[in-house]
Design a binder for this molecule. Sequence first.
Ligand code: UTP
Length: 402
Amino acid sequence: MKIWEDEKQVYIRAAMARNDEEQNRALKHRLDAVDWSVLEQIGRKETVNERGAFAPLSAVEIGEIAKRGEEFCEIGLESIRAGKVGAVLLAGGQGTRLGLDRPKGTLCIGIEKELYLFEQLIRNLMDVTDAAGAFVPLYIMTSNINHDDTVAFFEEHTYFGYPREYVRFFVQEMEPACDFEGRVYMASDTEPAMSPNGNGGWFSSMVRQGLLLDLKERGIEWLNVFAVDNCLQRIADPMFIGATIAYGCESGAKVVKKAEPEEKIGVLCTEDGSPSIAEYYEMTEEMATARHENGELKYAFGVILNYLFSEKRLEAIADAHMPIHVVEKKIPYVDEQGHAVKPEAPNGYKFETLVLDMVHMMRDCLPYEVEREREFAPIKNLHGVDSLDSARELMKGCGIAL
Ligand code: UTP
């Protein structure tokens, strides 16, 4: 049965009742092009996160990094100069908690002057490229929803001084969004509501858009993947790259020491012997509070969405199945009466794969500790925890003029 024949699909059918024949022909065509199997994940949403046996994983801590800093830095800078390092900015999200109707990176984080999130990230990257005396290719993932605005913003601001030929954009795939009953929402009477498919599909999207060739032509061996919303993000950090190489690992994750056992941050550990991330809601109280004899937490290091992956390994796992997470989100839609609704609270599901699941596909992952106050200022909300307000305070603490 076609989805538009299914009586359960009330939003689709109500829209069709309002459309004329030609509109419906186009709508059916659009609906038939979507792979609806993702809706089956709703029934499996409790089991997608069924996990193996977790065990703690110790990190390379700040003290150790300081001792070997020069060595790590030299290895990292050497790789950058040899053109072996690329950076991937994940900017396809919708930033629903922030409530912006434009790309998150266009947010002005300055107070007395104009300073945009994208601009700050480019500055952070240029700290490294200035030191290395070489540029790092930057791949920016967008979605259909924010692609044009993102590219236009970079163009308008002449890439904030970064050479244009080192920047490539690519668009991630979309998945349908539905209510809690699995009824697909409509974005308008002629379009189903589609959302970006999470931040886990970035490498396969790069491959699909022909960027593997670009990686190969440039000789890139390492990709540093990072989130758009951490304005203190150190990108292509030579010490991090150097440490991952020096330890002989095929991936690395920047981590911060947890502020308290209950902190809502995913923890880098092992799962059935392979590196993995236990989300804060997956940790039992016993796990969260377990301590070593010296009093330190056993699961002490949280991830900040800054990973380094070996390009070869990424290619090897490119076709592997990734778990699909069913995530509750606020989804704007057109109701059965034809009214546009902008929900205040989550009203349905989006389907996402997550970059953190990629870590579990690696044979090893180096947990690399960084100072939270220097490198972790995520902007998820306008105010409160992980907000524009808290990020501004942290930036000021780092001496950044706002
Ligand atoms: P979040 O999980 O914070 O999602 O993204 P979000 O869409 O930005 O914000 P909310 O949850 O709707 O408020 C973490 C990082 O992953 C990227 C985001 O742009 C951000 O850099 N991301 C997320 C994508 O690139 N694509 C996605 O589909 C989702």
